[in-house]
Ligand binder design. Structure first.
Ligand code: ATP
Ligand code: MG
Length: 203
């Protein structure tokens, strides 16, 4: 749509949020000329019982994005009862803001999972997919997967950015082993993790 708002959506568990998320969102923001990027922390689904309390994951997202005026926290999924599905979230957002063009931002691992999500065709009809390389997947593999998903109506934009070797899983392990996460998360998030003694014990 010409002249409409362009909003990025960065969904995640954010357990915890890290520099990989921030760089990915900002690369999408700059490359695609987005008006803003919404950070959508997930709620607690039945499938992920061991995830840290939503309140604390949300608090860390808030701390991490505070210095970026182009990033905004959205609690659309965080405190919803039961499981949250991206297709439902996008339906809700597009009904609320019919003039906004949504760009759903993700890493390669998510692109390889998306067919198993609820209503992938609906997701593809409501948002463009913005994808970056990650871990085991290079750009060629990503594009091959993307071509297959085009058959389901996906419109995919590939971000030209180097791999960022950061994951929440590694961060939780590092904290548990008393190693530094100073290179992985904003200082406000590292301080919060220490203050709240998150991830110190294996559960
Ligand atoms: P976990 O290790 O707990 O799965 P994570 O680091 O994968 O955590 P998520 O909250 O699961 O973080 O990811 C949210 C979104 O951000 C996903 O689409 C994921 O692919 C993407 N993402 C996370 N880290 C990176 C990264 N380093 N590079 C590119 N994309 C990333
Ligand atoms: Mg993940």
């Amino acid at each position: 749509m010409e002249g409409s708002m362009k909003t990025g959506i960065m969904g995640g568990t954010f357990n915890p949020i890290h520099n990989g998320h921030l760089i990915l969102a900002n690369t999408a923001y700059e490359t695609l000329g987005l008006d803003k990027v919404l950070f959508l922390p997930s709620g607690t689904s039945y499938m992920k019982k061991h995830v840290l309390a939503t309140q604390k994951r949300v608090a860390m997202v808030r701390l991490a994005i505070a210095r970026y005026p182009q990033f905004e926290l959205s609690l659309v999924e965080a405190f919803r009862q039961g499981n949250s599905y991206t297709s439902d979230t996008l339906s809700y957002l597009t009904k609320k803001n019919p003039d906004t063009c949504y760009f759903f931002i993700m890493g390669a691992d998510a692109l390889f999972q998306i067919e198993k999500w609820k209503n992938p065709k609906q997701i593809f009809s409501l948002a463009k997919i913005v994808c970056a390389v990650r871990d085991d997947y290079n750009l060629a593999e990503l594009k091959k997967k993307g071509q297959q998903l085009q058959g389901l109506g996906a419109n995919i934009i590939y971000l030209d950015m180097p791999k960022i070797k950061i994951s929440s899983t590694d961060i939780r392990t590092k904290v548990n082993e008393r190693r530094s996460i100073a290179d992985d998360v904003p200082v406000e998030v590292a301080d919060y993790i220490q203050r709240e003694r998150l991830y110190y014990e294996k559960d």
